[in-house]
Write a protein that binds this ligand. Structure first.
Ligand code: TLP
Length: 345
């Protein structure tokens, strides 16, 4: 049966070129700094992001956790959006493992934080209050529809943080999607951040991994925290080889995923029960509201017909990625439309 897996860009498989590079990768023990392929990937990533150094981690969650723990300690606080992945979808790791509390302020529909809210969220030096130790942004902002923050957006928040001697972290799980959408070098988007994580395992299609970039000092602290959370690597060149291919050849093609997302969003607009604003979905994440009497049943029937995704919730998310073609979008729209219309009869 034909399958179109719209659950996430995390479902992407490595490309044939990645598999070849992985099979042939030169490897060593990374705890000794001996893996030449990983060393190369980290150098490529740092340069691309305009930072001094980089460290490979197992996942986006680990990248954010290690970054926050490197910036903040017990009793400290992180200021971040109420729709931030770090706050909503990482099991409270920074709080569980680091004693760091979350101070959330609203994300607007563009994924941005109101600068006045950020200023107001900073804690005064007062024994009753936690210490503000880090501010975080997310680009693209997943739960705000894959929204893109511009370099000016980031600078506005970074300036507030830096004026108060506080670092800015970016959860850049999909920062390359943002760069492609803005047609800007990714380093422009990372310029004002003190640390940034990005994921190789999402739209860039690698099997595993994320990278943290920052200053030499920050990255050596991050290596320590990575060790503490059990994330040190051994012959990781096998995985890093795919990352090198991704940095070379999988970034520009993200534009295809954005075009397919736009096509999907435009098609969904005409399907009964769907409320969607294609204009507000600039990258590869397609969020919409679905008015339907049995969403769980509908999701099950669509999955049985090969269209993977959906849930009992009113708000659904479909994601385009490598492996989904424009033709697959036509097919998925046909199946979704006919399944919903059949049920309405
Ligand atoms: N997001 C995943 C899952 O959480 C559902 C997805 O399908 O979107 N930051 C952002 C903005 C993310 O979207 C994600 C993953 C992460 C961090 C965490 O990355 P992983 O899954 O590698 O730990």
């Amino acid at each position: 049966m034909r399958e179109v897996d719209l659950r996430s860009d995390t479902v992407t498989h490595p490309t044939p070129e990645m598999r070849r590079a992985m099979a042939e990768a030169e490897v060593g023990d990374d705890v000794f700094g001996d893996d030449p392929t990983l060393n190369r990937l980290e150098a490529i990533a740092a340069k691309r992001m305009g930072k001094e150094a980089a460290v490979f981690v197992a996942s986006g969650t680990m990248g954010n956790l290690v970054s926050v723990l490197s910036h903040a300690g017990r009793g400290d606080e992180i200021i971040l959006g109420n729709k931030a992945h770090i706050f909503r979808s990482e099991a409270g790791g920074a709080s569980v493992l680091g004693g760091v509390s979350f101070h959330t302020i609203p994300n607007d529909s563009r994924g941005m934080l109101d600068p006045d809210d950020v200023v107001a969220a900073f804690r005064p030096n007062d024994v009753h209050q936690p210490r503000t130790a880090v501010v975080a942004l997310e680009n693209t902002q997943n739960a705000c529809g894959g929204a893109v923050l511009t370099p000016e957006d980031t600078k506005a928040i970074a300036d507030i943080a830096h004026d108060r001697d506080t670092p800015l972290h970016i959860d850049g799980a999909r920062i390359f999607n943002a760069a492609v959408a803005l047609e800007a070098p990714v380093a422009e988007l990372a310029k004002d951040a003190d640390s940034i994580t990005f994921c190789l395992s999402k739209g860039l299609s690698c099997p595993i991994g994320s990278i943290i970039c920052g200053s030499e000092d920050f990255i050596s602290e991050a290596r320590r925290w990575r060790k503490i959370v059990g994330g040190s690597m051994r012959q990781v060149g096998i995985v890093a080889a795919a990352g090198i291919v991704a940095m070379d050849s999988m970034v520009d093609r993200l534009a295809e995923d954005h075009a397919n997302a736009r096509k999907l969003a435009t098609g969904l607009k005409d399907i009964p029960g769907v409320t969607i604003d294609p204009e507000s979905l600039p990258t590869n994440l397609v969020f919409f509201d679905l008015d339907h009497p049995d969403r769980a049943g509908l999701a099950r029937r669509l999955n049985e017909r090969g269209i993977k995704g959906g849930s009992p919730a009113r708000r659904w998310r479909y994601v385009t990625h490598y492996g989904i073609t424009s033709d697959d979008i036509d097919y998925a729209l046909d199946v979704i439309d006919s399944t919903i219309r059949e049920e309405a009869v």
